[in-house]
Design a protein around this ligand. Structure first.
Ligand code: CAP
Ligand code: MG
Length: 466
């Protein structure tokens, strides 16, 4: 689409951190665009520039052709408030777009995305695109509450001054009755030294005839209360309120509160930005645990270009962007991958933990990124999950730090000696790390320990979820 190149900033132009929202994009030109260029004698450089300008136009005030620009046309303001493409990297086909924030309703994520991401993946001249990052100016960050509890608030209500949190999601992911899930909670909370903190619903466990939400909520929280009394340690249950009807989610959240719960779990991608924003702004008094089910259809791209250089074949938005959006919207913890789990060839998990927890986030040296100032927005727990087992804890804690929830399903419930030994293996792995003792040394000396049996079964490094 030929547009006036006034959607292209002059070389060397820089966005204002105060008045612009900035996106970082990689874009591949389609065969149609390349062919057209060859046919019209245009250089590929020129076509790339046009493509960047088209993205800026299409995602702000422009369209594919000149339109009526007389009185009442809106053109003068459109020209003033237009986005511009800048910092073009002709080799890797990367570029940035700067949007004046007057283009957006400051506290409206859905509206923002309809602008900056809305139509651009549909452009004929583009054959692949990835939104690597978005950087929000202070005025927009200030429009959001961010997490109500965050890392410190959760530590406070759990009475857990330091160290990571351990949780398990029942596997099979669906199959237990509410009563059976409650009995599993009893095993998790009582095994070993009683220090295992959490149980979580799986992302697709909602309200099923054999595992009704209200019965599961009541029975598992009863086990939590029982365990807290016996162990004098606080526990948590990430109880999944997910539903496409907000009223039902609020009813479920209130039932969690009635049972003395401290967390609700929400599948934030399938319920959407509006649901998460509304749940946070209702201030229901519960920490929000965000599961990212379905994110793979947004964040995944198997082509070489996903690392910034090389050809990009798909259309995607990075987990870095998703993590930023949900931290802004106010979740207290979110699944962010793990340095060892599925999709880790992106090498993003460590940076995602920084996106979630640093106040003055710098761009990453390897991942195309923009950094972010977070102002009042609290740090968020990073949940590391996906094929993890006690043999992984040492590396994960070294790389991600201790403000994380390590979530093991099969890695605890699949222990060769059973569930409670699986919990004990996890407790041993955490305590070895906290005492600076190498797992390999321990396993060699204590070859009959539950941890040694777990390592004997799974070694070190995650089991890739097939
Ligand atoms: C992980 C997951 C899976 C895990 C846990 C979860 O999601 O959906 O159930 O793989 O099972 O609910 O934690 P993320 P296991 O990858 O988005 O964290 O430990 O058996 O892999
Ligand atoms: Mg799951």
């Amino acid at each position: 689409m030929a547009v006036q190149l006034d959607y292209l900033a002059k070389k060397g132009w820089k966005a204002s951190s105060k008045n612009h929202l900035v996106t970082l994009i990689k874009m591949e030109l389609s065969e149609v665009a390349v062919k057209e260029a060859k046919g019209s004698g245009k250089s590929l450089r020129k076509v790339f520039e046009e493509g960047c300008a088209s993205v800026a136009a299409e995602s702000s005030t422009g369209t594919w052709t000149k339109v009526f620009d007389g009185k009442g046309s809106g053109i003068p303001l459109a020209a003033k408030k237009k986005a511009v493409a800048f910092d073009l990297d002709y080799r890797n086909h990367m570029f940035k777009v700067a949007y004046p924030i007057d283009l957006f309703e400051l506290d409206n994520i859905s509206g923002l995305l309809a602008g900056i991401v809305g139509n651009i993946a549909g452009m004929k001249m583009v054959s692949g695109m990835r939104i690597f990052d978005v950087r929000f100016p202070k005025k927009m960050v200030k429009a959001f509450l961010g997490p109500r509890f965050g890392v410190r608030g959760v530590r406070r209500f759990l009475g857990k001054k330091k160290g990571c949190l351990l949780a398990t999601v029942p596997k099979p992911k669906i199959g237990r009755t509410a009563k059976e899930q409650a009995l599993l909670a009893r095993d998790l909370f009582s095994a070993g030294d009683g220090s295992y903190e959490g149980i979580k619903d799986d992302e697709n466990l909602t309200n099923l005839y054999f595992n009704k939400f209200d019965k599961r909520c009541r029975l598992v929280h009863n086990e939590r209360k029982r365990a807290e009394k016996i162990s004098a340690r606080k526990k948590f249950y990430l109880c999944n309120v997910t539903h496409s009807n907000m009223d039902k989610m609020v009813d479920r959240a209130n039932l969690i509160k009635k049972n003395g719960g401290r967390f609700m779990m929400v599948d934030v991608v399938t319920t959407g930005f509006s649901a998460v924003d509304s749940l946070r702004r209702k201030n229901l008094g519960l920490a929000i645990h965000a599961h990212r089910a379905m994110h793979g259809f947004v964040t995944r791209d198997n082509s070489e270009g996903v690392h910034g250089s090389g050809l990009l074949e798909g259309f995607s938005i990075s987990m870095v962007v998703m993590a930023k959006l949900f931290r802004l919207l106010g979740v207290d913890s979110i699944h962010g991958g793990s340095p060892l789990a599925k999709m880790e060839d992106y090498g993003e998990a460590v940076y995602i933990s920084k996106v979630l927890q640093e106040k003055h986030l710098k761009p990453d040296k390897k991942i195309p990124s923009l950094g972010q100032e977070w102002f009042h927005i609290k740090p968020v727990w990073m949940t590391a999950s996906g094929g993890l087992h006690p043999g992984d804890f040492e590396k994960i804690l070294k790389l991600l730090g201790e403000d994380i929830i390590i979530q093991c399903g099969g890695g605890v419930l699949g222990h060769p000696q059973g569930v409670k030994p699986g919990v004990i293996a996890a407790q041993q792995a955490r305590s070895l790390f906290e005492n600076g003792i190498s797992v390999r040394k321990f396993v060699k000396e204590e070859d009959c320990s539950e941890l040694a049996r777990a390592v004997g079964e799974w070694g070190y490094g995650p089991r890739i979820v097939y």
